[in-house]
Design a protein around this ligand. Sequence first.
Ligand SMILES: *Cc1c(COP(=O)(O)O)cnc(C)c1O
Length: 392
Amino acid sequence: MIPFNVPPVTGKELAYIEDVIHKGKLCGDGEYTKKCHAWFEKNIPAKKVLLTTSCTHALEMTAFLLDIKAGDEVIMPSYTFVSTANAFAIRGAKIIFVDIDPTTMNIDHSKIERAITKKTKAIIPVHYAGVSCDMDAINTLADKRDIAVIEDAAQSFMSGYKGKNSGSLGKFGCYSFHETKNISCGEGGLLIINDEKYIEQAEIIREKGTNRSRFLRGVVDKYTWVNKGSSYLPSELNAAYLFAQLENSEIIQKKRIYAWNLYMEGLKDLENSGYIMLPHIPENVTHNAHMFYVKTKDIEERCALMNYLKIKGIGSAFHYIPLHNSSQGKKCGSFLGTDKWTTRESERLLRLPLWYGITPDAILEVVDSVISFYKINNENDFHKKAYYMGNS
Ligand SMILES: *Cc1c(COP(=O)(O)O)cnc(C)c1O
């Protein structure tokens, strides 16, 4: 059996959690949260980083900070996780979905400008599979009009764009440490703030609308209710687990990249023969091997491949149902122009097992299985070749 995902455990997680229990300080913003913050401050050139309970909550905080209200509009791809939209929809914003670029599955930045109106408050690029969007193009569009850019960098732990960290390129960036992500603590996230002016409010919103952060730093001698807020800080138990992962993140990333490259090499011939399509990494982008996917000819072929792998004991998974096709997505958003790629490409995509600790042998087994699926089907002439993008 080769499962689709196994959350990483690198060794020290349990010891650090025990340490937290032993010291008897379980609530947020203690020793391990500080250690995590210090790690990120060292590794990401941000004005401020704040651990959160999830990436969903980090995104909600940005909507809070920007005071998103009913009638506002936000622009994002439809091919994303529900949280990207929910964070703004719960404040009454209208979601404007823009088509993706099929080569990366990221928002097609050339289609953003048409989606901008006087009501546009934010653009939320999602770095799919840890492959950065063209942030220069997106920032240029936004800066001209004073629109905020919020990077949904949930999958982009330590990915890069032109030598800079994903998540440090917009006004805000949001990471996820859900168990399916490269670095995890079960449920967790990070808000990256790249504009000083939001730091104090962010600390207040995260701590139930109080100035507890200032109190902990000794700036004020008691803490009180100073603004609206919520509770977005994780427990020290989560921070302890996360810190163990951060300490070992280099090895986690290395192993994932090794696995990703094995897939790429193993499946290249199948792509060159026109049966499948493989991920494309644009120039100037450093990805983090968050995901390895293949694109089949169409949805039927994807289901057949998925079933074939399942019979061989290999877990695989498709991904997002485009939000504009969902019942809630129809209520709170609309798709700009024609959906040329979003639905079609989402139906072709199948993710293969990729996790810390997956062995090279396991990868080769998956590769062989994918190849044998196409061999068998080709012999029986069931399947035409997957079309190339250019001639479709
Ligand atoms: C995982 C993910 C999220 C949600 O992250 P949580 O930490 O589970 O809230 C949001 N956006 C994208 C693109 C994701 O992949």
